[in-house]
Each structure stands twice: as structure tokens, then as C-alpha cells.
Design a protein around this ligand. Structure first.
Ligand SMILES: C[S@@+](CC[C@H](N)C(=O)[O-])C[C@H]1O[C@@H](n2cnc3c(N)ncnc32)[C@H](O)[C@@H]1O
Length: 337
């Protein structure tokens, strides 16, 4: 079991990565409505904090999808008759739910390999170590890289049939047009009849949603504030974390949970690497993350519009979360996209 850091990341020196981070911060803080890209959540500390979030009482998505994946293993195996095959996971994180699925599949066949992909090198290193213990016979090749660069590797791995996993509510972090573009770019890298198992957080009681993103222990708050800590540590920023509060709120028009950091007062913050000072008005927000919620009909529409046929939907017992099994349809005309 190994992992590979994609050349596109490895070849970027630390300086170039820092430059990209600095550029994104500059763009985000110079915009009329300030924002930061959510991929910067996941340094080593951010990945650990996310793992803690998944265990929180209020954070239902992991529990619900765990329940689904614990049930679907043998049924899923029936959809993959071609052996050997490859399981490629985008944004694998700690893989805690995937391990259940892998165990269930291993009860039917061991003719598959597992290729987790994640932007966080520390998350990947931890995942490889834990898989060595939990699934010592499984052939695993991890890739550290950005989704967008990594999916091109789907074309090169082998001609074996592929099952791509996009679990959690990773797809929810994209707005609808970007989600469609992302799914269609996955479609382009796959062959006819390849499979995608994709998680969707469903629309539900707004209080349940709001609680999930505003936990009592403040772990989500710490996760969001960690982005400012990263700016302090990596870009010589001077953020005082006590002068920002975290807000997770549901926007019913967009059907999405939105995460913000809000400046508690008028303040100026210098960022050394940018040689620039940014002004924050009282109550001014920095937008950090979107997490779109879906109806089953939205999932169907998304599949239809990106070149996939829906084979099956599974839901947890509360109806909070759904995983769809989609099949690549290469008869889908590119012009229809
Ligand atoms: C919300 S977590 C979900 C983890 C796991 N799939 C789950 O369901 O629990 C998102 C994961 O995707 C990774 N990630 C976020 N943006 C990414 C990107 N642009 N490319 C690759 N991985 C990314 C993060 O490092 C993190 O491990």
C-alpha cells in the first residue's frame, strides 16, 4: 500500500503552493463580498477537525451514509460483474465509511483495487496507515492531488471497469452549474457502463440542518477559523481569531447551508506575504463554504444532464441522506450537455 503525490502538486515547490494560496486569499479578500475557497480547510489540522465533526451528535450525514454503505455492499457487488475492477474515491478523507463498503465487497470478491484521491497529504498518509491494519490484503494506491487534476488519471489507470466513489456531501460543495461541469468531466474520463456511487445530502427540516453546522462543542467553529490560522501561519497573517465569529445558516432560496466567518468589529488585518492590509467592517462576512441539499428529483435531473443513468438510490432510515448508483452512458450526446 502506497500513496503518490501527483506531479502537479510535487512539482509545485512549497513556494509555488504558497503563492497560489496567497493569490486566492488576495482574490477572495479583494472581492466586493469577501470569500475564501473551501479547499483551504484541509491542512493537517483541518482534516483532523473534520474527522471530529463526523463524530458529532448533531452531524448526521456521516452516520446516515454509514448506515447506507453498511447495507449496500452485497447488492453493489451484483452490479459489478466484470472482474477485476477498480474503486476510485474522490476526496476520500479518513475513509471511515468506505472501509465498511470495502469489507462488504471483499465478502463477495477480492478482484479489485482501491485508489483513494485526496488533496490533503496528511489525510492520505493516515488513511494508508489505517488501511494497512484494517484491510491488509487490499491493493491500494493513494493519490494526493486536487480532484480536477486527479480525475484525468482515471483514464490512465487501466482498462478495468471502474467504480468511482464521491461520498459525503462533497458534490454539495459545488453550485449547480459547477457540479454539472465536475460530473461531466468525470463522465469524460470514464468508459461506457463504468459506475459512480455518489452521496447527496437531502433537503430536510431546517433546524436539523442548522444544528449540524453549529455544533454545541464548537468543533465546526474551530474548523472554519482554522482557515485564518492557516493564513497566519503560512502567509504571515495577523488575524486575531477572537475577533471573528462563525455562522452556519440555511439559505432556502439556494437550498444550501452557507458557512461564514463574521468580523465582530471594525478591524484592519495585515497579511505579510501579500504586503497588504485588509479592512473588515463590523459584521462583514467572509463566505467559506456552500453545502447544497437535494431532492431525489434533483439527483435524477443532475444524472440525466451529465450523461449518467441512475441504476439505484439508497436512503438511510430517516430519509436524511441518499447515495445514488449511476452508470456512465456514452450514448449521451456531448452536444446535449
Ligand atoms: C467533507 S470531507 C469528506 C470526506 C469523505 N469523503 C467523507 O465522506 O467523509 C472532504 C474531503 O475532500 C478533500 N478535498 C476537498 N477539496 C478537494 C479537492 N479540490 N481535491 C481533492 N480533495 C479535496 C478533503 O481533503 C477532505 O478529505
Amino acid at each position: 500500500m502506497t500513496y503518490l503525490v501527483l506531479d502537479s502538486i510535487r512539482n509545485q515547490t512549497q513556494d509555488a503552493l504558497k503563492e497560489q494560496f496567497a493569490f486566492d486569499v488576495l482574490m477572495g479578500f479583494s472581492a466586493p463580498s469577501k470569500y475564501l475557497p473551501s479547499k483551504y480547510f484541509y491542512d493537517a489540522k483541518g482534516s483532523k477537525l473534520f474527522e471530529q465533526i463526523t463524530g458529532l451528535e448533531e452531524y448526521y450525514p456521516t452516520r446516515c451514509e454509514f448506515e447506507i454503505l453498511s447495507k449496500v455492499g452485497s447488492e453493489l457487488a451484483e452490479f459489478i460483474q466484470d472482474k477485476p475492477f477498480e474503486i476510485v474515491e474522490l476526496g476520500a478523507g479518513d475513509g471511515c465509511k468506505t472501509k465498511v463498503l470495502l469489507s462488504k465487497l471483499l465478502e463477495s470478491t477480492d478482484a479489485f483495487s482501491y485508489i483513494p484521491i485526496d488533496i490533503s497529504e496528511s489525510a492520505m498518509a493516515d488513511l494508508i496507515v489505517s488501511l494497512k491494519q484494517s484491510h491488509p490484503t487490499l491493493t491500494t494506491h493513494g493519490i494526493v492531488g486536487d480532484y480536477f487534476a486527479s480525475i484525468r488519471h482515471l483514464e490512465n489507470t487501466s482498462d478495468n471497469r471502474k467504480l468511482v466513489l464521491l461520498l459525503g456531501s462533497n458534490i454539495g460543495n459545488f453550485d449547480f452549474p459547477s457540479a454539472k461541469r465536475f460530473l461531466h468531466s468525470i463522465w469524460k474520463c470514464l468508459n461506457h457502463n463504468d459506475l459512480l456511487l455518489i452521496g447527496f445530502d437531502l433537503k430536510k427540516d431546517i433546524d436539523v440542518l442548522t444544528r449540524a453546522y453549529n455544533d454545541k462543542k464548537g468543533v465546526t467553529r474551530a474548523f472554519n477559523l482554522n482557515v485564518l490560522t492557516r493564513i497566519n501561519n503560512e502567509l504571515d497573517g495577523e488575524f486575531d481569531l477572537n475577533r471573528f465569529s462563525h455562522h452556519g445558516m440555511y439559505n432556502p432560496r439556494h437550498g444550501a447551508m452557507e458557512s461564514y466567518l463574521v468580523s465582530l468589529e471594525q478591524q484592519e488585518v495585515h497579511i505579510g506575504a501579500l504586503e497588504k492590509t485588509f479592512e473588515f467592517n463590523p459584521y462583514e462576512a467572509i463566505h467559506l463554504e456552500l453545502s447544497h441539499k437535494y431532492l431525489l428529483s434533483d439527483m435524477q435531473k443532475m444524472a440525466n444532464e451529465t450523461g449518467f443513468n441512475v441504476l439505484k438510490n439508497w436512503q438511510d432510515s430517516q430519509g436524511y441522506f441518499a447515495d445514488g448508483l449511476w452508470q456512465v452512458n456514452k450514448d449521451f450526446p456531448e452536444s446535449a450537455y
